[in-house]
Each structure stands twice: as structure tokens, then as C-alpha cells.
Design a protein around this ligand. Structure first.
Ligand SMILES: Cc1cc2nc3c(=O)[nH]c(=O)nc-3n(C[C@H](O)[C@H](O)[C@H](O)COP(=O)(O)OP(=O)(O)OC[C@H]3O[C@@H](n4cnc5c(N)ncnc54)[C@H](O)[C@@H]3O)c2cc1C
Ligand code: FES
Ligand code: FES
Length: 465
């Protein structure tokens, strides 16, 4: 039996944990405000808020795509659809959408309202940029974005002025008319609920991290499969600094990683780079470990972590851990050094030495919400004017995400356009791309050369500044 709160009502259901939340909301709970469109996390029309209790039992709300979210993953949570933010009169977000003419057919509007409610509840800052970023996963086909953006920006201005307590925002948001009053009692109500199942049995169970890859690939199969929800492993939801490394638990979402103060201090580029992975409603669920295990040869996170020299700590179902370097984790196309029942427990990222240059580059048709044709990261330790150590990774150019080997010969060479031209040639010679929908093998090899040169251009610009 799964329990959660859907808007104002408690839910107890025997439905399969793999049932998509979108289907449960629309077809079981008969709440039609949440729209069913792409079912692939691309459009945002199915956006809902998930309030997951933190260690103190207070719900932390995030906007998520309900089309890739199994109900087993919301056990113990507060699920909020557009019907759940209704007040007797229009709420402050709805009023702004009307005043700014930010809706026409209205199909995307519930998702936009929930993304903006998520912004009100959890944004780091009520700024212009954050308000617009909160909508990066919501596509509108008819209104045009100028009026939607105007509504978002006016909301940010109003919240900046009116919401004083940012640690406990719910009372302020109720008072200002963004949320209905029942939100005030949710913390007490979710404490009474059972939390997500997370037993030690794992062999034969499908590990669900964010579910954003699994539920695109095989939603029908997962309806009847036994599932193991990583979100139930609170002990794996951490980022900490230890022994010269960042240790990131495998249940950490991309967005929590991106905004974590330790990540911002030691790997500042991640704040922008992770935005290139996907939209807010996906980053709020997708994890780093899911990206690593799905083993896409073009996965962005893997390519970033390969150049950082990451190591994986694996946990066997029966207990007992072992470590494997990320660059040795991939034995062939989708063939991993991962035993049945084993999970990634944490990623260990050695902290870059002071003065180390790190950079990520990606070429894709669209800036976000698009998989790369080729991507690449570099870690460059320098010894004054010379290369001390160099790690270069490349995606889309081999059956696995690749750490390019044989580059030790560049240690001691002067950092110059000539050296990087030589490095680009070495990288191009080391890969074996194939022709596919993203481009010909020749094009991808050439792209890798250009991205290697782009790393140098970024390095030079940063050195000059
Ligand atoms: C709209 C959209 C856009 C996207 N764009 C990009 C993009 O631009 N770049 C990019 O790189 N990717 C992109 N992706 C793919 C994205 O990388 C994956 O969806 C995401 O990283 C998977 O993470 P998850 O936590 O949701 O994994 P899940 O879907 O939960 O799991 C993925 C796989 O990993 C396994 N798994 C997960 N965690 C563990 C663990 N700790 N131990 C063992 N096994 C585990 C699962 O069993 C499953 O086989 C996109 C996806 C969508 C839907
Ligand atoms: S239906 Fe399009 S993102 Fe969920
Ligand atoms: S108002 Fe029609 S899709 Fe946005």
C-alpha cells in the first residue's frame, strides 16, 4: 500500500509502484488539469510539485515532470497539481498570467503555474534570471514567450518585496496569495505517512534513481517490474568534502548537485554546465548516477566526471563496497563493470589542485533539452607555462564515453595554440565515431578537434582575465 497526499486529500493505493504519476492523477484521481502530451519530459505540460519531507519532516517542494515519475517514488510526499494551488479567488500566479495575457489555448498553462509555484517555493533568489530559468522545461506553442516571461518577472519582483522569511516560505506565500491555506498543515500531515519502500532486497529489482531515463525507455515493462527506489535511501543523499575529494551520494539530484555550496566552491563551472544537461523539471529528479549507469556514449555528466578523474564506490546487495575508476567502468557498449544487485553508492571526485583549468564543451542542435552530437571535457594542471597533467574526455565518438588515452606525452609541453593543435590531432586519431542521425563519423571527428581547440580558447581567455 502506497500513501501520499494529493493536493488536499490523503491517498492510499494498491496501484503498482511503477504507475506513472501523470496517469494516476488524470485517470485514477480524475484531475484533468495536469496535461498529457509528450510523455518524454520534453514539454512541461505535465509539471507538478513534489513536496518531499526533509530530515526534519518539512516538505521541500520541487517542480517535476509527472510523466516520468512513478508513484512509488512519491510515497510519503505531498503531490500538488494545478487544482491543488487553487484558492477561492485566483492565486497570485494565475492573476499575473491573466494580467500579462500569458495564456491562449491554456494547454501549457497548468505546467507553467506549477513551475512558477516551484520557483516561489524553492528558488535560491527571486531574480529575473532565476524566474526565467524556472520555465526552461515548459514549452508554449501559441502564446509566445514574451508575455509569459513578463508574468514570471513580475512574480519575482513581487516575491522579492513580500516574502521575507526565505527559510520557511510557506506562511509568507499563503499570506501573499500564492498558495492556499491548507499548505500550512501539510508538514504535520506527511509526518504521519509511510515513506518510500527501500528494503535491502535488490537482486532482480530495477533500480530507479530519478526515473527520467527508465520511464522514457520502458514504461509498460516497469508497470509490473519489482522496483528499488534510490530516493528511499536517505543515507545516499549527501555531498561532502573528505580527504581531498568531493563525495557525492548516488541519490543526489542534478539540481541539488549544481547548487550545492561545496560544488560551487570547488567546481564552479558545474553551475552553468549542468544547465546544458536538461530542464529544471528533469534536473529536480534526474541523478548523476542514473546518467552514469545509462551508459550513453554521449552522456554529459559522464563526460564531465571522466575528465575530473572520478571514482565510483559500488555497494553489493549483500553489503560490502568496492571501488572502480569511472574510466574503467565501461567495458563496451552498455556493458558495465556492475554486478547483479550492485548499485553505485557514491561518486568520488578528486578536488582539482589550485590553478587547475577545467572546461566542458557540447555541440547540439539546441542549447538545452538536446543530446549532444559530440561533447568533451578537459582537466589541465599547469606548471607555470607548461602542462603538468592533462585529462581529456570525449562523447559521441566511441561505443562508450571515453577518457582519451596516450596523452601523457603532452606533460611538460608548453601551453600554446601549437600544442593544442597537436592535442586535437591526437584526440581525433584516438577515436572511432560512427555515422548516425547526429552526424557522419567524419563530422564528429572534426568536431572533437574543434572542441579541443575551444578548450584552449577558454583557457586563454580565463588566463587573460
Ligand atoms: C527530455 C530529456 C532530455 C535529456 N537530455 C540529456 C542531455 O542533454 N544530456 C544527457 O547527458 N542526458 C540527457 N538526458 C538523459 C538523462 O541523462 C537521463 O535521463 C538521466 O541522467 C538519468 O538519470 P536518472 O536518475 O533519472 O536515472 P534512471 O532513469 O532512474 O536510471 C537510469 C539507469 O541507471 C540505473 N541506475 C540509476 N542509479 C543507479 C545506481 N545508483 N546504481 C545502479 N544503477 C543505477 C537504473 O537502473 C537505470 O538502468 C535527457 C533525458 C530526457 C528525458
Ligand atoms: S508530458 Fe511532456 S513533459 Fe511530461
Ligand atoms: S497557451 Fe497554448 S500552448 Fe501555451
Amino acid at each position: 500500500m502506497l500513501s501520499f497526499i494529493l493536493n488536499r486529500e490523503p491517498v492510499e493505493t494498491d496501484a503498482s509502484p511503477g504507475t506513472l504519476l501523470l496517469d494516476f492523477i488524470r485517470y485514477d484521481a480524475k484531475l484533468p488539469g495536469t496535461k498529457d502530451a509528450c510523455r518524454e519530459g520534453e514539454c512541461g505540460s505535465c509539471t507538478v510539485l513534489i513536496g518531499k519531507p526533509d530530515a526534519d519532516g518539512r516538505p521541500r517542494y520541487k517542480a517535476c515532470a509527472s510523466c516520468l515519475l512513478p508513484i512509488g517514488d512519491v510515497a510519503g510526499c505531498h503531490v500538488v497539481t494545478v487544482e491543488g494551488v487553487d484558492r477561492e479567488e485566483f492565486n497570485a500566479i494565475q492573476r499575473l498570467i491573466i494580467e500579462e495575457n500569458a495564456a491562449q489555448c491554456g494547454y501549457c498553462t497548468p505546467g507553467i503555474i506549477l513551475s512558477l509555484a516551484g520557483f516561489a517555493l524553492s528558488a535560491e533568489a527571486y531574480s529575473y534570471a532565476a524566474a526565467v530559468d524556472a520555465l526552461d522545461g515548459n514549452i508554449c506553442r501559441c502564446t509566445g514567450y514574451a508575455s509569459i516571461r513578463r508574468a514570471a518577472v513580475k512574480l519575482a519582483e513581487a516575491l522579492e518585496k513580500n516574502i521575507r522569511d526565505r527559510d520557511d516560505r510557506i506562511p509568507g506565500l499563503v499570506e501573499y496569495g500564492v498558495l492556499p491555506e491548507y499548505f500550512l498543515s501539510i508538514a504535520d500531515r506527511i509526518r504521519e505517512l509511510k515513506s518510500a519502500p527501500s528494503g535491502p532486497e535488490r537482486e532482480g529489482e530495477v533500480v530507479v534513481a530519478g526515473g527520467t531515463d527508465l520511464f522514457v525507455q520502458k514504461p509498460e515493462e516497469l508497470l509490473t517490474s519489482p522496483l528499488f527506489f534510490l530516493s528511499g535511501r536517505r543515507d545516499l543523499d549527501y555531498v561532502r568534502e573528505e580527504d581531498g575529494s568531493l563525495r557525492v551520494g548516488s541519490a543526489v539530484t542534478l539540481e541539488d548537485f549544481r547548487l550545492h555550496p561545496l560544488v560551487n566552491r570547488h567546481l564552479p563551472a558545474m553551475r552553468e554546465d549542468v544547465l546544458l544537461h536538461s530542464s529544471t523539471i528533469l534536473r529536480n529528479k534526474a541523478t548523476l548516477s542514473g546518467g552514469i549507469v545509462n551508459a550513453s556514449p554521449i552522456g554529459d555528466i559522464t563526460i564531465m566526471f571522466l575528465a575530473l578523474g572520478a571514482v565510483l564506490e559500488l555497494e553489493a546487495a549483500a553489503g560490502g563496497n568496492r571501488q572502480v575508476a569511472l574510466c574503467e567502468f565501461y567495458r563496451g557498449y552498455k556493458d558495465l563493470d556492475l554486478n547483479p544487485g550492485e548499485i553505485i553508492r557514491e561518486m568520488v571526485i578528486p578536488l582539482p589542485k589550485p590553478g587547475t583549468f577545467y572546461n566542458f564543451e557540447k555541440v547540439s542542435n539546441r542549447k538545452i533539452l538536446d543530446i549532444a552530437a559530440v561533447n568533451s571535457s578537459i582537466l589541465l594542471e599547469t606548471d607555470g607555462e607548461k602542462i603538468a597533467r592533462l585529462l581529456l574526455s570525449a562523447g559521441g565518438v566511441a561505443p562508450v564515453p571515453l577518457l582519451i588515452g596516450g596523452l601523457e606525452k603532452f606533460s611538460g609541453k608548453k601551453i600554446s595554440p601549437e600544442t593544442f593543435a597537436e592535442l586535437a590531432s591526437a584526440a581525433m586519431a584516438a577515436v572511432a565515431p560512427i555515422d548516425d542521425v547526429r552526424g557522419s563519423a567524419e563530422y564528429k571527428r572534426l568536431l572533437l578537434g574543434r572542441l579541443t581547440e575551444a578548450h584552449y580558447q577558454k583557457f586563454s581567455t580565463r588566463r587573460e582575465n
